[in-house]
Design a binder for this molecule. Sequence first.
Ligand SMILES: C[S@@+](CC[C@H](N)C(=O)[O-])C[C@H]1O[C@@H](n2cnc3c(N)ncnc32)[C@H](O)[C@@H]1O
Length: 234
Amino acid sequence: MDTLFWRLKDENLLPRKYFEVDFPMIVARKIHNIKSKPPLSKPIMESHSGDSLLIDSHSLDSTRYSIVGADLRFSSDLEEKLKKHNLDIQLPTLLVAECVLVYMTPQQSADLLKWAASTFPVAMFINYEQVNMTDRFGQIMIENLQRRQCNLAGVEVCRSLDSQRERLLLNGWEAAHAIDMMKVYSFLPQADVKRIEALEFLDEKELFEQLMQHYCICWASKDSSNLGLANITF
Ligand SMILES: C[S@@+](CC[C@H](N)C(=O)[O-])C[C@H]1O[C@@H](n2cnc3c(N)ncnc32)[C@H](O)[C@@H]1O
């Protein structure tokens, strides 16, 4: 489960408020972990001010961290839940999706992107997920996931970097970019590459490179305040 909130807190980089969304069942598991593990609950309490925090089995709301159980395919329910947790849509907002859109039909992910673009006046959307899925390697990835009951309903949009970019542009976002993870890897400082490769012995370099060519990062922005979001790039 994602630990970004805790890493940002450690580095003193917390945004005004950090929200997480996943299905209620997954959120319940995460809340259970937070409640039972002080290294997870302490940073939330430390950054909380005011009354006691709101917590039930499917949501938790504190001053700087909130987690909501919701289905991203139903944006009005999602918006209602986020607003109950004091989401301020007027603040510049960074939305991050990690291998999530691929589980929705193209229509459902388009609706989510449209909702986000029309809700947040100043925002950036970052999407990390599969790309180049029509080649042989991509087909094998799909078959492997299907064998584990993972149906990639939105894989059609993961055809190419262009199809990923196009989805953002067609649904209210501007200045869209997409690069594959091999490219991202090539941008890393050599010291980091050496450290990573020492941690994880890469005996199948070719396989690793193929895998990295099948994941990408895409980003786009909306910038009614002219903060210069379109200039943020790798
Ligand atoms: C690859 S995982 C990433 C999880 C997250 N980054 C983390 O580490 O906790 C994709 C997540 O998307 C969630 N997901 C998929 N479809 C969803 C939907 N329609 N609504 C809410 N969450 C969804 C899954 O439950 C899963 O936890």
